[in-house]
Design a protein around this ligand. Structure first.
Ligand code: HEC
Ligand code: HEC
Ligand code: HEC
Ligand code: HEC
Ligand code: HEC
Ligand code: HEC
Ligand code: HEC
Ligand code: HEC
Ligand code: HEC
Length: 354
C-alpha cells in the first residue's frame, strides 16, 4: 500500500520541495543531538524499531557530505521534540522517506518510473525497491564503486541470481577486477528495468550480449572470438529470431538466443575444455529444446565458427564449389539464351525463304 504513496509522489512530484539553499549550520543542532544518540532506537506504531543515531562519519562521508543537510531530506520533521512519524512500520517509513530523493534526482526518478519495479510498487507490492534499498540513505556512496557493489545491491533481494552470477565466468571476472565483464545493471539497466522474460524481450535479448561480444576491441582484449554475434545472426536460430523481431511476433516455441545456450546468469567459459568436453556441454545446451540431441547433433552443427580450410574443410569446399558454380551457371545460362535469340530470327528467315 505504502508503495503507492511513493509511486504517486514520483509520478506527480508531490513531495514538498526543500526550501532552497540552506546554511548547513541550520542543521548543527540536529546533527549534534543525533550523533549523541548512538545505540538508541525508537519504536514505530507496529513495534518495528529504527536507529535514532546518525554518525557524522556516515553523514559527511557520503556523496552528499556537507552540501545536503538533514532538513533537505527531512523537510517535514520539525524541531525536537518531534511529532511521531506518520509511517506505522519500517518498510512504509523507508518508502515514504525515499520520495525525498526524487526532488533533486529527477532524471533517475523519471527512469525508475519506467521500470517494472515501480509498476510493482504502484500495484501495492512493498517488496519492490525504492531509492534507499539500492543506495542507502545517510551513507550514499557512488553506486558502481567497486563494480561488484552493483550486483551485491540487487542481490540483497535477488539471491539466486547473484549466487549464479558470482559463480559464472562474468562474475568471476568482475570479482578479479575485470572492468569489462557485466554486473547486473549492464544487462538490465539500473532504474528503467523492464521484464526480461517477455516474449519480445527474448527474441531481442541477443542485443544485450552483442553490445560487448560484438565489440571487436573489447573481445580481443580478452582473447575471445569477436565473430560470435555475426555467426549467431547468420545461423538458423539468429536468422529466425530476427524475423520474429522484425514482424513483432512471438514464435510458438522459443528459438535459441545467446542466453538459452550459455545461460544468462550462469555463463561458463570454454577455455581449457577438451573436444569431448566441449561436445558434451554443447549437446546439453541443445537438449533443453531438441530433446533427441546427442553429442553428434551438437558437433554436426558448426557452432560459431564459420567453415574454413581448418574448420570443417568439407563444408568449406562444398561452399567454395557453390560459389564458383553459381556464377558459372548464370553466365552459361545467359550465354545460352543469347545464342538461342541470335539463332531464332535466322531460322525464321530461312523458314520465310523456303
Ligand atoms: C535534542 C535531541 C534532538 C534534536 C535537536 C533533534 N532530534 Fe531528531 N530525534 C531525536 C530522538 C530522541 C529521536 C527518536 C524519536 C523520538 O523520540 O522522537 C529523533 C527522531 C528523528 C527522526 C526519525 C523519526 C521521524 O520523525 O522521522 C528524524 C528524521 C529526525 N529525528 C530528524 C531530526 C532533524 C532534521 C532535526 C533538526 C531539525 C532533529 N532531528 C533534531 C532527537 C533529536
Ligand atoms: C540524502 C537524504 C538524507 C539526509 C541528508 C539525511 N537523511 Fe535521515 N533519512 C533519510 C532516509 C531516506 C531515511 C529512511 C532510511 C531507511 O528507511 O532506512 C532516513 C531516516 C532517518 C532516521 C530514522 C532512522 C533510520 O536510519 O532509518 C533518522 C533518525 C534520521 N534519518 C535523521 C537524520 C539526521 C539527524 C540527518 C542529518 C545529520 C539526516 N537524517 C540526514 C534521508 C536523509
Ligand atoms: C537536496 C537535494 C538532494 C537530495 C534530497 C538528494 N540528493 Fe543525492 N545528490 C545531490 C547532489 C547535489 C549530489 C552531487 C552530484 C554530483 O556531485 O554530481 C548528489 C549525489 C548523489 C549520488 C552520487 C552521484 C554520483 O554521480 O556519484 C547518489 C547515488 C545520490 N545522490 C543518491 C541520492 C539518494 C538515494 C537520495 C535520497 C536518500 C538523495 N540522493 C537525495 C542532491 C540531492
Ligand atoms: C534497483 C536498484 C536501484 C534503484 C531502485 C535506484 N537506483 Fe539509482 N542507481 C542504481 C545503480 C546500480 C546505479 C549505478 C549506475 C548504473 O550502473 O547505471 C545507480 C545510479 C544512480 C545515480 C548516479 C550515481 C552513480 O553513482 O552513477 C543517482 C544520482 C541515482 N542512482 C539516484 C537514484 C534515485 C534518486 C533513486 C530513486 C528515485 C534511485 N537511484 C533508485 C540502482 C538503483
Ligand atoms: C528491495 C528488493 C529489490 C532490490 C534491491 C532489487 N529488486 Fe529486482 N525485483 C524485486 C521484486 C519484489 C521484483 C518483482 C518480481 C518478483 O516477484 O520476483 C523484482 C523484479 C525484478 C526483475 C524482473 C523479474 C521478473 O520476474 O519479471 C528484474 C530483471 C530485476 N528485478 C532486476 C533487478 C536488478 C538488476 C536490481 C539491481 C540494480 C534489482 N532488481 C534490485 C525486488 C528487488
Ligand atoms: C549478461 C547479462 C545479464 C547479467 C549480468 C544479469 N542478467 Fe538477469 N537476466 C538477463 C536476461 C537476458 C534475462 C532473461 C532470461 C530469460 O529470457 O529467461 C535475465 C533474467 C533475470 C531475472 C528474471 C528471473 C530469471 O532468473 O530469469 C531476474 C530477477 C534477474 N535477471 C536479475 C539479475 C540480477 C540480480 C543480476 C546480478 C546479480 C543479473 N540479473 C545479472 C541478463 C543478465
Ligand atoms: C558488459 C559487457 C558484456 C556483456 C553485456 C556480456 N558479456 Fe560475456 N563476457 C564479457 C567479457 C569481458 C568476458 C571475458 C571474461 C574473462 O576475461 O574471463 C565475457 C565472457 C563470456 C563467456 C565466456 C567465454 C569463454 O569461453 O571464456 C561467455 C560464454 C559469454 N561471455 C557469454 C555472454 C552472453 C550469453 C551474454 C548475454 C546474455 C554476455 N556474455 C553479455 C563481457 C560481456
Ligand atoms: C545454439 C547454441 C548457441 C547459441 C545460440 C550461441 N552460442 Fe555461443 N557458443 C555455443 C557453443 C557450443 C560454444 C563453444 C564453441 C566451440 O567450442 O567451438 C560457444 C562459444 C561462445 C563463446 C566463446 C568463444 C571463444 O572465443 O572461445 C562466446 C563468447 C559465445 N559463445 C557467445 C555467444 C553470444 C554472444 C551469442 C549470441 C549472439 C551466442 N554465443 C549464441 C553455443 C551457442
Ligand atoms: C531455446 C531452445 C533452443 C535451443 C537451446 C537450441 N535450439 Fe535449435 N532450434 C530451436 C527452434 C525453436 C528451432 C526452429 C526455428 C524455426 O524454424 O523458427 C531450431 C532450429 C534448429 C535447427 C534447424 C533445423 C530444425 O530442426 O528446424 C538446427 C540444426 C538446430 N536448431 C540445432 C541446434 C543445436 C546444435 C543446438 C545446441 C548447440 C540448438 N539447436 C539449441 C530451439 C532451440
Amino acid at each position: 500500500m505504502s508503495g503507492r504513496v511513493f509511486a504517486l509522489a514520483l509520478l506527480a512530484g508531490l513531495w514538498a520541495a526543500p526550501a532552497g539553499a540552506r546554511a548547513p549550520d541550520d542543521d548543527a543542532a540536529c546533527r549534534r543531538c543525533h550523533a549523541g544518540l548512538e545505540g538508541e532506537f525508537f519504536t514505530l506504531a507496529n513495534g518495528d524499531t529504527l536507529p535514532a543515531w546518525v554518525t557524522p562519519e556516515e553523514h559527511f562521508g557520503s556523496v552528499h557530505g556537507d552540501d545536503i543537510g538533514c532538513r533537505d531530506c527531512h523537510p517535514t520533521v520539525g524541531d525536537h521534540p518531534h511529532a511521531p512519524p506518520a509511517a506505522a512500520d519500517a518498510r512504509t517509513y523507508r518508502i515514504q522517506a525515499s520520495a525525498g530523493c526524487t526532488d533533486c534526482h529527477f532524471k533517475h526518478a523519471t527512469a525508475l518510473r519506467d521500470s517494472m519495479h515501480y509498476e510493482r510498487l504502484m500495484n501495492g507490492d512493498d517488496a519492490a525497491p525504492t531509492c534507499v534499498d539500492c543506495h542507502g540513505a545517510h551513507g550514499v556512496q557512488p553506486a558502481a564503486v567497486p563494480r561488484q557493489a552493483v550486483s551485491d545491491r540487487c542481490g540483497a533481494c535477488h539471491e539466486e541470481q547473484v549466487r549464479d552470477w558470482r559463480a559464472s565466468a562474468h562474475g568471476q571476472a568482475v570479482l578479479a577486477g575485470n572492468e569489462d565483464a557485466p554486473v547486473c545493471a549492464d544487462c538490465h539497466g539500473a532504474h528503467a528495468i523492464t521484464d526480461p522474460r517477455a516474449p519480445a524481450a527474448h527474441a531481442a535479448s541477443f542485443t544485450v550480449c552483442a553490445r560487448c561480444h560484438g565489440d571487436a576491441r573489447m573481445m580481443t582484449r580478452h582473447g575471445l572470438d569477436p565473430g560470435v554475434v555475426d555467426s549467431y545472426l547468420s545461423d538458423f536460430h539468429g536468422a529466425s529470431n530476427r524475423i520474429y523481431e522484425a514482424l513483432g511476433d512471438a514464435p510458438k516455441a522459443p528459438v535459441a538466443s545467446c542466453g538459452d545456450c550459455h545461460g544468462v546468469h550462469t555463463v561458463q567459459s570454454f577455455a581449457g575444455l577438451s573436444d569431448d568436453e566441449r561436445a558434451a556441454r554443447a549437446a546439453a545446451m541443445c537438449q533443453d529444446c531438441h530433446r533427441e540431441a546427442n553429442d553428434d547433433f551438437a558437433t554436426a552443427w558448426g557452432s560459431h565458427t564459420p567453415p574454413s580450410q581448418q574448420h570443417r574443410p568439407i563444408v568449406w569446399i562444398v561452399g567454395l564449389v557453390y560459389k564458383l558454380m553459381i556464377p558459372l551457371m548464370i553466365v552459361g545460362l545467359i550465354a545460352h539464351i543469347l545464342m538461342d535469340l541470335w539463332r531464332t530470327p535466322g531460322r525464321d528467315r530461312e523458314e520465310g525463304l523456303s
